[in-house]
Design a protein around this ligand. Structure first.
Ligand SMILES: [Mn+2]
Length: 338
């Protein structure tokens, strides 16, 4: 959203709605990440600490390297028989870091059929769901940053250590450790306030990033060894085949954060990671780019999406060599247009 005043008004409106409501449900996307989990938990703590009733529902388990977050056990795996009533009876359902409910299976259906006020808070473009209140700011570093702004409307609230840790984690991870282009002064100011409220940067960094299993390190080694570069090194591609997963005894969850490492190569403007997930006959394509190179449009061609500089797609029943060749061609256009 371009208009700051409009945005601030909306943030105030959302907080007013919180202030006058009592029962809340919070949901976010599948394949949880630091931003989705941190945003959900921070909002949960805020609601809980100000005397509201809040529940978090998910359709999958949070990854192990986020288990250090206080309150992670508050995230309940959604069971219609047990939980649908709570969604029906909620005053407000928050939809965080997510703009497409159709990917949420039964949980998405339950939210859509509920009479609750739906509030969507997100920083991705092109929403596919229309909520009652939509706080979408594509310039925000993370959904966590937007949650921070909403909570800051409360003149009486002081961030607890738990809420601060959750939000710091959200911002840390969605800025790739304060490195991505949208990491501005404001992001650092917010982070500073969160540290003041008790978030421990070294502990959080260590908990999130320094947790890779030794086998994942071996997989990364073989992936690095096979890296290919094109167009004077502006494009670097890494493929992880089923064979490589097998050789190192690793799985899909072991490749988290691999894609962004590609941009560490000198001169690389676009990094692509293609992973073969044989159980689903799927190729998972992750795109990362330096500022100004729009890889989102490439991801969209393959039925995916994301941010301008960090996007992804999944294709099915295709050969890895064929997709790689096509992606290389598509990236040429992005490099040309810049
Ligand atoms: Mn996010």
């Amino acid at each position: 959203m371009e208009n700051t005043n409009e945005l601030n008004l909306l943030i105030q409106q959302i907080w007013q709605k919180i202030h006058t409501s009592n029962k809340f449900v919070i949901i976010s996307h599948t394949n949880s990440d630091g931003d989705s989990l941190g945003s959900q938990l921070a909002l949960f703590y805020y609601l809980f600490e100000t005397g509201k009733i809040a529940r978090i529902y998910s359709i999958d388990e949070p990854p192990y390297h986020y288990h250090f977050l206080e309150g992670i056990e508050k995230i309940e795996i959604y069971q219609a028989e047990q939980h649908k009533m709570n969604i029906d009876e909620a005053d407000v359902v928050f939809i965080l870091d997510l703009n497409n409910l159709s990917r949420m299976q039964v949980l998405g259906e339950a939210v859509m059929s509920s009479k609750a006020t739906k509030i969507l808070i997100d920083h991705h473009i092109d929403p596919k769901y229309k909520a009652d209140l939509m706080l979408i700011d594509v310039d925000a570093s993370s959904t966590g940053e937007l949650i921070w702004k909403v909570i800051k409307c409360d003149p009486h609230y002081k961030f607890s250590k738990e809420a601060a840790t959750a939000l710091y984690t959200a911002i840390l991870t969605d800025t790739g450790g304060f490195r991505f282009p949208r990491t501005d002064k404001e992001v650092h100011t917010i982070a500073g306030e969160l540290v003041e409220a008790g978030a421990d940067p070294a502990f959080i960094y260590d908990s999130v990033y320094n947790q890779i299993p030794i086998n994942a390190l071996r997989l990364l080694g073989s992936a690095y060894a096979g890296a290919e570069d094109y167009y004077d090194g502006k494009l670097v591609i890494i493929c992880i085949t089923n064979e490589m997963f097998k050789m190192t005894n690793t799985k899909e969850q072991d490749i988290e954060n691999f894609a962004e490492k590609i941009l560490q190569v000198k001169g690389a403007k676009i990094g692509v990671l293609i992973s073969e997930i044989i159980e689903r006959n799927e190729l998972r394509i992750s795109f990362r780019a330096k500022s100004g190179f729009n890889v989102r449009d490439v991801a969209v061609k393959y039925g995916g999406g994301g941010h301008l500089e960090a996007a992804g797609a999944r294709v099915y029943n295709q050969k890895i060599e064929y997709i790689k060749k096509k992606v290389i061609e598509d990236c040429y256009e992005v490099l040309q247009n810049n």
